[in-house]
Design a protein around this ligand. Structure first.
Ligand code: ADP
Ligand code: MG
Length: 338
């Protein structure tokens, strides 16, 4: 009622300022946290010491895409899996494909300039060359040059198309042969999948398997089903891709494992791992690192290691065995387990 009253009264007119510095926003956020910057240092030292001297040998990099709706935990999963894969001998490239452009922030020490920002600054994609692109590939802070990241970025909000930007940025990296130059063994695309249309479907052209991050809330499951359908549709259009499986990034809903298993089991898609909710995620994030780096001995880090191993070893692709579940069917499942 109070909110309704305020809406009715109308809010005081303020002149909005564009958010041109997300870093500023993050610093403001950090100022509310009690933060011990030295925490996790022992973990980070142990992490760095465990990085193999030379990366594995591979003719062609393994490529994986991770899709999910906004805020579901894609970047947290992706960054932790990337950090884990470094310990398994991979030379990793994580590509953020979300206008939020915070995919690699916890790997590379903060928010970084994006490909689209640079294109805008230079007045078009044709002005981009190999050297400029290389300046947009950032080394991880704790990874001994075995991990790099980049952000596609997004258009000015309200102008332009985010999908087109992703499409363009990804093409630039391929066309300039940067994957070969850096000899990455593992390329991970962290992709916003609210609607897998236009450029957001581009990573599927490079990755034989797309994974979907979900949790046990009905709204998230509905969205995840739509992503599954989109990946399947891309496969039917002739793109060489399939559904690798679902990653349950748990929210803390009662019986969440059973809910997600049942919902996706009903359409023939396996849940490959259940990641618990853990405060280690926030602790690591406030230090601008992953859990795997700062708290490598935690149970949470072990889950990310296990997921990374499963992703590396999984060559299976799955298809929907029936139409995706409707919201009504999903709610029936969540209610049953409530
Ligand atoms: P996305 O990339 O899908 O938009 P993020 O990975 O940025 O989502 O996750 C959103 C927030 O959720 C993160 O800032 C993080 O604090 C929190 N989060 C994600 N996974 C977990 C988890 N397993 N436990 C606790 N918090 C999590
Ligand atoms: Mg993200």
């Amino acid at each position: 009622r109070e909110l309704a009253r305020k809406v009715e009264q109308g809010s005081p007119k303020t002149e909005p300022r564009p958010i041109d510095s997300y870093d500023e926003l993050f610093d403001m956020f950090l100022s509310f946290q009690s933060l011990d910057r030295a925490s996790g240092q022992e973990g980070r030292n142990a992490y760095v010491a465990r990085i193999p001297a030379a990366p594995v040998n591979r003719d062609k990099p393994v490529r994986i895409s991770i899709y999910g709706t906004g805020g579901i935990g894609k970047s947290t999963v992706a960054a932790n899996v990337s950090a884990a894969m470094v310990l398994m001998g991979e030379k990793v490239f994580q590509i953020g494909c979300d206008p939020k452009h915070d995919s690699i922030a916890n790997l590379c020490g903060g928010l970084k300039p994006t490909v689209l920002d640079e294109i805008q600054k230079r007045g078009g994609a044709r002005a981009m060359n190999r050297e400029i692109l290389k300046q947009l590939i950032f080394p991880g802070v704790n990874h001994n040059n075995h991990l790099y990241g980049t952000e596609c970025g997004g258009p000015v909000p309200g102008k332009g198309c985010a999908g087109k930007g992703v499409d363009l940025a990804l093409k630039l990296f391929e066309d300039h042969g940067l994957m070969e130059e850096y000899q990455f063994t593992l390329i991970l695309y962290d992709v916003l999948g609210d609607t897998v249309c236009g450029g957001f479907a581009r990573p599927l052209k490079y990755t034989p398997q797309g994974y979907i991050v979900a949790n046990g809330e009905a709204a998230s499951l509905t969205q995840a089903m739509k992503i599954a359908q989109s990946i399947q549709a891309a496969g039917q259009r002739g793109v060489n891709c399939g559904i690798g499986g679902v990653i349950n990034n748990m929210r803390g809903v009662p019986n969440e494992e059973a809910i997600v298993e049942e919902a996706f089991g009903a359409v023939g898609i396996p849940v490959i791992h259940h990641i618990p909710r853990s405060e280690h995620v926030q602790m690591a994030e406030n230090l601008r690192t992953t859990v795997v780096e700062s708290f490598p001995e935690s149970d949470q880090a072990k889950h990310y290691m296990e997921l990374a191993r499963k992703l590396l070893n999984n060559s299976e692709r799955h298809s929907l065995t029936r139409e995706i579940l409707s919201s009504r069917e999903i709610i029936a499942i969540t209610n049953k387990h409530a």
